[in-house]
Design a protein around this ligand. Structure first.
Ligand SMILES: [Zn+2]
Length: 260
């Protein structure tokens, strides 16, 4: 009934319990998951899981936070994205959270790396998975400058304002809600969760990070996207089944997946 549009089940800690993680997905009616790449060194482990299980998909990309990660160029991303299980480019984007008042030149790699990913997405026709933290203005500007709207994608783990959400929606992007929406103090995101058009909404765990209530502080896993889905359905005053069906259809439409 639900799909986890963003998880990292290849990472150490959760990867060791993969059979259990997949069983819990089944028990909780979580039908599919997208295992998202964070760098080129661990990309083979993402691909390996996606190849082993028909209901797990992969992306390819290098996270903006990793200064010392091997830098991809457009051609390498295009070539890695040729694998049929790779359905998206990312995660990419901008993250100025660590800047804390310093000027941007201490993170000079971020913007060129982001542009590289958008160019690869346009060349392959595959949508983008965008990580945006404390950098909404520059993220939206670079998306615009590079023509990200042509392929679209998802603003993952969305925690920005409604204005930013609208700007992303205008650029052909979906809004994905993580377990943060279930936190008691997440009033602002809960308001956004009610407003995003149902046909542009996705759900994710970002596991093993960010476990939703009632698991906050514990390791997260894709099965818990069912808690997020039920919570968001309640916020919007609709049945969980309706939200599950809509967000699942959105996932297949965005990532151009024909068969379920
Ligand atoms: Zn992530």
């Amino acid at each position: 009934m639900f799909i986890d549009s963003h998880c990292h089940i290849n990472l150490s800690g959760i990867a060791q319990r993969l059979p259990d993680v997949l069983e819990q997905m089944q028990i909780n009616s979580v039908t599919h998951a997208l295992c998202v790449s964070i760098d080129l060194d661990t990309f083979p482990s993402v691909l390996k899981i996606a190849h082993a299980y028909p209901h797990i998909f992969a992306s390819v990309g290098v996270h903006p936070d990793y200064e010392h990660a091997r830098e991809p160029d457009v051609d390498e991303l295009i070539s890695l994205a040729q694998d049929p299980k790779v359905i998206a480019i990312g995660e990419t984007g901008l993250d100025y959270y660590q800047l804390k008042g310093r000027t941007l030149d201490v993170m000079a790699w971020q913007q060129p790396r982001f542009r590289t990913h958008i160019q690869a997405a346009r060349a392959t026709g595959k949508p983008l998975i965008i990580h945006m933290r404390s950098a909404a203005k520059d993220t939206l500007r670079i998306m615009q400058e590079e023509g990200a709207a042509e392929v679209g994608g998802v603003m993952h783990c969305f925690t920005e304002t409604w204005d930013v959400a609208q700007a992303a929606l205008t650029q052909n992007f979906f809004i994905s809600l993580s377990g943060i929406v279930t936190f008691k103090n997440a009033i602002k995101i809960q308001e956004i969760a009610k407003k995003v058009p149902l046909e542009r909404l996705l759900l994710e765990t970002d596991s093993p990070y960010l476990a939703p209530i009632p698991y906050r502080g514990k390791p997260n896993e894709p099965a818990y996207v069912s808690h997020i889905g039920r919570f968001v359905a309640q916020l919007r005053g609709i049945e969980a089944e309706q939200l599950g069906a809509a967000t699942s259809a959105n996932f297949f439409r965005l990532f151009r997946i024909r068969s379920k």
